[in-house]
Ligand binder design. Structure first.
Ligand SMILES: C[S@@+](CC[C@H](N)C(=O)[O-])C[C@H]1O[C@@H](n2cnc3c(N)ncnc32)[C@H](O)[C@@H]1O
Length: 500
């Protein structure tokens, strides 16, 4: 694709970053402190994230969450950038109002409106002392106009303080830390973290630790070196449900940023192979970074469309499990994604035609991907998961594929039986499906599992210990053999019917 040529004025508006040469840190000849320099870059990085988020929101596209954009490898000053994006979003309607009423933005700066929002936030509510840069200079010269527009807004709305214009949101959510057992065992990580934080083991997922709400581990050396991953409970349930054994070959069909990929690798003790497939180029880089960080040497990353992986290809003839966590609306993690801060949340609860169209398109892809997964001949388990609360992306996908799955020898398998919240009763076997509750559990996930080749013990304990079944080995081997013959015959029949 050809790049659009920048107009003269856009080029003029593009700023030169501060130099850092021979020990001199300067911007337009002025010496900068480290704080000024780092604040300058944070504002530009925050503006870039804000642009992606706002553009996605206006088109109702499922872009990555603010957290995943900020905590990706390309952002340097992650904590400051994240705080700046969130605070600017919280104040966005006020900032827009103030900028509109004061009429300070000329054409040149209007084209960098996200940077203008960020700088305005810092001038009115943030850290004014570190304001260096052309955009900052431009708005600082208009500070009085901005302040009086804000004062008029408060009078108009009949409030005394800005805080009264912001809707509070309670996100008292426990923080979860998944121990990467490829690098450290759970007990050692727990002992080490307990020196600084209140941490306990999760009651269900053996490699998961729980911290109180508000615990911030982003800058902890364990996080930076991949000893632990900041991964929620529901997200950690997915690979644990699949329960791959060491030595297996497994496909992670839609893998980036790779949290579940490296969880699979850890559950397999680094033995066997995880084929992690990702379509998006930018997210593929992120996936590679996660895999490297985790030290997951048994992961083979692929930049490809999962639908292009042929089930007949001998490369995949030994694949025994597939984790399918396809693109979804992300509606179950809206609180985590801070969607309530986005402009479109004003219409929350109403589904317009655009939303329905988008959900339908997502569901069409989800069905296609699940059908594709069901076609791999040696696969015994498939876990399908979303972070959506919508039936159309969850139970409806399962229900529409159930007849095909049955014809391939699959059955719905109970996912984590000890979990109380099950699927919506709109499909046969809904009690085997798992949902987490966006209010009670603070995130809405959905997990379904298909299994074939006899009854296996899918309790998490057994999955984590690498047991296969409680039945005697010989019986198991025999029934597996019988099933494999049956499945091959059935599959050949099905495939030739399809080709015809
Ligand atoms: C929900 S995210 C996966 C999150 C990931 N499982 C994790 O836990 O870190 C879905 C991913 O699937 C990718 N994707 C979408 N369509 C795909 C396709 N046809 N083949 C492979 N990847 C695809 C998206 O780019 C996105 O990165």
């Amino acid at each position: 694709m050809r790049r659009r040529k920048k107009s003269k004025s856009e080029n003029a508006a593009a700023e030169k970053p501060p130099n850092k040469s021979a020990g001199t840190k300067s911007l337009a000849g002025k010496r900068l402190t480290n704080a000024q320099r780092s604040a300058y870059f944070s504002r530009r990085e925050a503006a870039k994230v804000l642009r992606t988020v706002l553009q996605g929101d206006s088109r109702r596209l499922a872009v990555a969450s603010i957290k995943s954009l900020v905590y990706g490898p390309s952002v340097r000053n992650k904590r400051a950038t994240y705080a700046l994006v969130c605070e600017t979003l919280k104040h966005l309607s006020i900032i827009k109002d103030v900028l509109g009423a004061s009429n300070v933005l000329t054409g040149k700066w209007k084209r960098q409106e996200e940077l203008m929002y960020i700088v305005t936030y810092d001038i009115l509510f943030g850290q004014e002392d570190a304001l260096v840069g052309d955009a900052e200079k431009f708005l600082l010269l208009r500070k009085v106009a901005l302040q009086s527009a804000l004062a008029r807004l408060l009078v108009r709305r009949g409030v005394k303080k800005v805080n009264e214009l912001i809707t509070p949101h309670d996100s008292q959510k426990c923080r979860y830390v998944r121990v990467n057992t490829l690098k450290m065992d759970v007990d050692s990580a727990l002992i080490e973290l307990m020196k600084q934080y209140k941490v306990v083991k999760d009651d269900m997922i053996p490699d998961l630790l729980v911290c109180p709400p508000g615990t911030d581990l982003h800058d902890h050396p364990f996080v930076k070196t991949g000893i632990v991953f900041l991964q929620g409970k529901a997200s950690s349930m997915v690979a644990a449900s699949l329960g791959p054994k060491p030595g297996w070959e497994v496909i992670d069909a839609c893998a980036a940023p790779g949290n579940k990929t490296v969880h699979l690798a850890a559950l397999m003790n680094g033995k066997g192979k995880v084929i992690a497939c990702e379509l998006d180029k930018g997210r593929f880089k992120y996936l590679k970074h996660t895999v490297e960080l985790a030290g997951a040497t048994n992961v083979h990353v692929m930049h490809d469309d999962f639908l292009n992986l042929s089930p007949e290809d001998p490369l995949y003839s030994k694949v025994r499990a597939i984790l399918l966590d396809p693109s979804c609306s992300g509606s179950g993690t809206a609180l985590d994604r801070l969607d309530h801060l986005l402009p479109s949340s004003a219409n929350a609860g109403t589904h317009d035609a655009l939303d329905m169209d988008r959900l339908q398109k997502l569901a069409n892809f989800q069905k296609k991907a699940l059908e594709h997964a069901l076609r791999f001949p040696a696969v015994e388990r498939i876990v399908y998961s979303t972070c959506s609360i919508h039936q159309i992306e969850n139970e409806d996908v399962i229900s529409s594929l159930l007849p095909f799955a049955t014809s391939c020898g699959f059955e719905l398998e109970m996912v984590l039986p000890q979990w109380p919240h099950r699927g919506l009763p709109v499909v046969a076997g809904s009690e085997k499906l798992l949902r987490t509750d966006p209010v009670k559990d603070k995130e809405g996930f959905f997990i379904a599992m298909f299994a074939r080749a006899g009854k296996e013990d899918h309790s998490v304990k057994s999955q984590m210990e690498g047991n296969t079944s409680s039945r005697p080995r010989r019986t198991r081997r025999r029934s597996n053999l019988f099933f494999k013959m049956f499945r091959t015959m059935r599959y050949a029949k099905l495939y030739s019917a399809k080709k015809r």
